[in-house]
Each structure stands twice: as C-alpha cells, then as structure tokens.
Ligand binder design. Structure first.
Ligand SMILES: CC(C)(COP(=O)(O)OP(=O)(O)OC[C@H]1O[C@@H](n2cnc3c(N)ncnc32)[C@H](O)[C@@H]1OP(=O)(O)O)[C@@H](O)C(=O)NCCC(=O)NCCS
Length: 170
C-alpha cells in the first residue's frame, strides 16, 4: 500500500471530489444537502478557494486517486465575520477510520496558521463520533447544540457546533 500525499486541490480533482460529496449527500445526514450536486455547482465551490488567504482546500491522494479533502470557507457574508472560517473535511467512505483525517486536517490548519483568522467553526450533525473526536483533537471546543435544525430522511437532526481559536492577528 502506498502512502497518502496531501496537496492543494486542483480543477482536475473536481469529478472525484463531487463523487465523494454526493455519496454523503445521498447516504448520510453529515451534510444537509439533499439533492446531489452537479459538477458545475461544485466547480463554483472549488473556485472559492485560493492558494493563499483564508479560504483553502487540500486534497488527500492515494495511488493517484483523490480520496478526500479538507477546506476552509467563508463563515458568513457579513463583514465582521471575516476573521471566522468554517472548516470541513470529507474522506471517501472506504478510507475512513484509518487515521487519514487527522493528517489532512493538520495540513489545512498548518496552512492557515499565519492567516488573519481568529476562529474556525465546525458544525457536526449528530451522531458522528469520528468527526467529534477529530475536531476535539484539533482544539475545537463545544459551542452548543442546535436542536433539530435539519430535516433529512424523514427526521430532524441536531448539529453540534464547535469553535477553534486560531492564530489570527490582533
Ligand atoms: C470525520 C473524518 C474526516 C475523520 O477522519 P478519519 O481518518 O476517519 O479519522 P480517524 O481514523 O483518525 O478517526 C478519528 C477518531 O475517531 C475514531 N473513529 C473512527 N471511526 C469511528 C467510528 N465509526 N465510530 C467511532 N469512532 C470512530 C478513531 O478511533 C479516532 O479516535 P481517536 O482520535 O481517539 O484515536 C472521516 O471519518 C470522514 O470523512 N467521515 C465522513 C464525512 C464526515 O463525517 N465529515 C465530517 C463532517 S462534520
């Protein structure tokens, strides 16, 4: 088995990233999207990241195939939220539980450490023990539970929110 490498996401990764995301759209409440996303919709998502700055996307690649990503997004359009990012991480389902997520998140947070970011926000549909453990391990602290804010698969789901202090600038 070859090792996993990590690098910034590229346009050529779009189909694989869309396939992974749509698995979680169709099969799980992890994301509150209900309809699979088109390549064009995910292209707009991918275009929102840069090679510098607050909004980044890194992929994990194994045996030449993209197997997941970790990203930081704008948290809210209003300007005072500039220093908060929303972080996100997804691995192909067959490659979870092997310790790849922490390595990928480490690449993202290392890249962000000198950016003007004060807080990272994570929202985790409950239950998701692997994601909660990952976020706690990366310094995310519980910030409250939004009860029954999403309806998918005929039931309501809670979202546990987490905040992580970032390096930021005064
Ligand atoms: C969440 C995710 C990124 C974590 O990455 P990973 O490579 O699977 O993480 P690890 O294998 O290091 O597991 C993280 C921790 O959860 C535990 N864990 C893994 N799978 C688990 C499971 N199914 N149930 C309970 N605990 C689990 C691990 O033992 C580890 O615990 P530790 O830190 O105490 O050692 C990955 O599982 C994933 O992509 N899940 C599906 C998408 C998702 O939920 N994304 C997050 C949305 S908020």
């Amino acid at each position: 088995m070859t090792d996993v490498i990590f690098r910034p996401a590229e346009l050529g990764d779009l189909a694989a990233l869309t396939d992974i995301y749509n698995y979680y759209v169709r099969e799980t409440p992890v994301t509150f999207d209900i309809e699979p996303r088109t390549i064009e919709q995910r292209r707009q998502w991918l275009d929102s990241f840069g090679l510098t700055g607050r909004y980044r996307c890194f992929v994990a690649v194994k045996d030449g195939a993209v197997i997941g990503w970790a990203s930081s997004h704008r948290y809210n359009e209003r300007a005072a939220y500039d220093t908060t990012v929303l972080s996100s991480i997804y691995l192909a389902p067959q490659l979870t539980g092997q310790g790849i997520g922490p390595r990928l998140y480490a690449v993202l947070f290392d890249a962000l450490k000198d950016e003007d970011i004060h807080r990272a926000f994570g929202g985790i549909t409950q239950p998701n023990d692997a994601s909660v453990r990952l976020h706690r391990a990366f310094g995310f602290e519980p910030a409250g539970i939004y009860r029954e804010v999403g309806r998918k698969f005929g039931r309501y789901w809670d979202v546990a929110t987490y905040l992580r202090p970032m390096g930021g600038r005064a």
